[in-house]
Write a protein that binds this ligand. Structure first.
Ligand code: DC
Length: 229
């Protein structure tokens, strides 16, 4: 295993499992780059929708993917996305964008586009990336793989609270139903479905605090590094 793969941490899991918060915190504490790959799928979906391209229009989508410039500026605790020079970081967080991203992410051309972009970051090493297929497809050789899960009710509650803080009032049951639908779609698609890699550590975060999950991951990495010195 090369040094680069030793320095790749993958965190996969369903929506609301805590991946983003955990990945950002691990990256910050380890001095690694944080990569939120769901944001890339959201940006592609947003760009397509803005041009009235649907997920069934493969011809137009191919042209669109060949033309767009998706720039990802990633640091230890932040990531900004620019679609043809327009900052879409906030727009892609609109609640409906999760389902749109899931719809477009089923398509091979979209997956190839995003996977290529993600691997470019991986080539630099020292990244913590989170998504659905980081440990299975994008970085199967990564040394540190985690799969976070949590009960649906808990995940829906987390999402509801996040939206409340942002001042968006959305019915809890609506959030729960949309998470359930999206997870089903992400788990049952043909290409790169949501599932743990065979060698991933599975952590059920339903009753775990973010801090506990983060320290577990950092301890794993640090204790291994010290054993190899
Ligand atoms: O993590 P998120 O909610 O921002 O992801 C939005 C959607 O993007 C998710 O429902 C499925 C898709 N996605 C994917 O297919 N593969 C990834 N690595 C990340 C996200």
């Amino acid at each position: 295993m090369g040094l680069k793969t030793l320095e790749i941490v993958t965190i996969d899991g369903p929506a609301g499992s805590g991946k983003s918060t955990v990945a950002r915190s691990v990256a910050e504490q380890m001095g690694y780059t944080f990569l939120d790959t769901g944001a890339m799928y959201r940006a592609v979906a947003l760009g397509a929708i803005e041009r009235n391209i649907t997920a069934t229009d493969l011809e137009k989508l191919t042209v669109f993917l060949n033309q767009i410039q998706l720039i990802v500026r990633s640091g230890q605790d932040m990531m900004r996305l620019y679609l043809d020079d327009i900052d879409v970081t906030e727009t892609i967080r609109r609640p409906e964008m999760g389902q749109h991203a899931s719809d477009f992410s089923r398509l091979e051309i979209v997956r190839n586009y995003c996977t290529r972009l993600q691997r470019r970051f991986g080539a630099e090493g020292r990244i913590v990336c989170e998504g659905r297929d980081m440990g299975t497809v994008v970085f199967p050789e990564a040394r540190w793989k985690y799969f976070l899960t949590a009960a649906l009710d808990e995940r829906a509650m987390r999402r509801w609270k996040e939206l409340q803080i942002k001042g968006e009032v959305i019915d809890y049951d609506d959030i729960r139903n949309s998470l359930k639908k999206r997870d089903f779609q992400d788990t049952n698609r043909d290409i790169a479905p949501l599932k743990p890699a065979d060698d991933a550590v599975i952590l059920d975060t339903t009753k775990m605090s973010i801090e506990t999950v983060v320290s577990r991951i950092i301890n794993d990495i640090r204790s291994n590094v010290s054993q190899n010195v």
